[in-house]
Write a protein that binds this ligand. Structure first.
Ligand code: G4P
Length: 287
């Protein structure tokens, strides 16, 4: 996985570029990970998009806890922000995006009509942190015959749109945003879902955090998957038991903790420990 190093200068540049690109579109599609809707959201997105309407897309909904995700959808609904759950990889829920945009922009379309303007394609762009599924969604929306619309007057040379359906255009490069990495709990959640590389945080710490979240929110899942008893106050025992059950042994029959971490993290990220949502609306301080 490619990983971008974010520095203050890089963030400021990204912010400037996105502010410019947002001016070219009617609506922004903000992609977040349905397993961590808060932690996977960029802290400055509101500032970057200003008054441009946005739709929040909870991607990877196939891996998320449906009941918890519903609470997020309702929370945004209460704030007047429309959202959808989607699975961009398997093309589920994606068909709802265009009708939603159309209804959201109904007033704009009407006003332009009244002014006698010719009907034009509605333009949108995708924003999100790395690995949230931006490229996957662009490919799913574009379909097999990716039709790139050429530059138009007044628009910078590099700006290209992809034709989506009959009356939409999508900016062909998504806005790549930096994650919130200054909060340790958020960084751990990003690592647990695979949004940031394993090298950034110690793998064993991330795995232990995974054990604790599962024990807190999804009791019984570790027991069921690995056929072990879980005493969350005895983490070493838990590592040993999973290691023994899975045959993670070093020469000399010591437990290979590194392999245990790999197994648990892989299972957690790919839904083998069940559907999870680790950010909870009730625990939210501010969005
Ligand atoms: P990006 O452009 O935002 O950086 O993300 P990208 O589309 O490259 O997607 C990152 C990974 O997430 C890809 O897997 C992709 O298949 C997966 N993905 C995208 N949308 C969905 C979804 O709705 N559900 C699920 N389950 N996966 C999705 P990858 O490259 O194989 O990486 P990984 O599977 O090891 O994370």
């Amino acid at each position: 996985m490619k990983q971008i190093q974010w520095y203050p200068g890089h963030m400021a540049k990204t912010k400037r570029e996105i502010k410019e690109k947002v001016k070219l579109v009617d609506v922004v599609l903000e992609l977040v990970d349905a397993r961590i809707p808060f932690s996977s959201q960029n802290p400055s997105v509101g500032d970057m998009i200003g008054s441009t309407p946005r739709v929040i897309l909870f991607n990877k909904a196939d891996l998320a806890d449906t009941a918890e995700l519903q609470k997020w959808i309702e929370m945004y609904q209460d704030q007047g922000i429309p959202s959808l759950r989607i699975d961009a990889a398997k093309n589920r829920g994606v068909h709802q995006i265009l009708p939603l945009i159309k209804s959201l922009l109904q007033d704009v379309i009407e006003k332009e009509k009244q002014r006698g303007r010719k009907e034009r394609p509605l333009r949108t762009m995708i924003l999100g942190i790395p690995n949230v599924g931006k490229s996957t969604l662009i490919n799913t929306l574009a379909g097999k015959k990716k039709l790139v619309v050429s530059d138009r007057p007044g628009v910078t040379r590099q700006t290209q749109y992809i034709r989506v359906g009959t009356d939409f255009e999508l900016l062909d490069t998504p806005g790549i945003l930096w994650p919130k990495f200054d909060d340790e709990e958020i960084a751990v959640k990003l690592a647990l879902t695979g949004a940031i590389k394993d090298q950034i945080l110690p793998k064993d710490d991330v795995t232990i955090a995974g054990f604790r979240y599962l024990n807190r929110y999804y009791k019984g899942r570790l027991e069921e998957r690995y056929d072990v008893d879980v005493d969350i106050d005895n983490i070493v025992q838990l590592f040993d038991d999973i290691g023994l059950k899975r045959g993670c042994l070093l020469p000399g029959r010591e437990i290979d903790y590194d392999r245990v971490c790999d197994i648990v993290l892989h299972d957690l990220r790919h839904g083998r420990l069940g559907k999870i949502t680790l950010d909870r609306v009730e625990e939210l301080v501010s969005v």
